[in-house]
Design a protein. Structure first.
Length: 109
């Protein structure tokens, strides 16, 4: 299998999203939480384990993310991407919340 290439990030939220998706795919909680705020890290391993168990099998088959938009709030920014796992019957929404240069929230819906 050829080594995976991660395209250069357009902005910090994009870079964090790409690293976090790779961490979910590889099952690495440490990499997933590395850029998180203390509150984000306090969420613990359980939510990560559930997400990784559900999404990793899809992600290892390949996936595409498409940037949708950024919402600016008083003390944070919310960035949204469309997630298209290869061969999956549906698409998903990735939501990354950035506060002070760190990830304070991450969801795949």
């Amino acid at each position: 299998m050829a080594p995976e290439t991660i395209a250069p990030a357009k902005d910090p939220a994009d870079a964090h999203m790409k690293r976090m998706m790779y961490a979910i795919k590889s099952g690495s909680y440490e990499d997933f939480a590395a850029a998180g705020t203390p509150e984000f890290k306090a969420g613990g391993r359980t939510p990560f384990g559930v997400a990784s168990a559900h999404f990793a099998p899809m992600l290892v088959k390949g996936y595409k993310t498409t940037y949708l938009c950024r919402l600016h709030k008083t003390d944070h920014a919310i960035s949204l991407w469309k997630l298209e796992p290869a061969g999956a019957p549906e698409d998903y929404l990735i939501k990354v919340v950035m506060r002070g240069g760190k990830v304070s929230g991450f969801w795949i819906d």
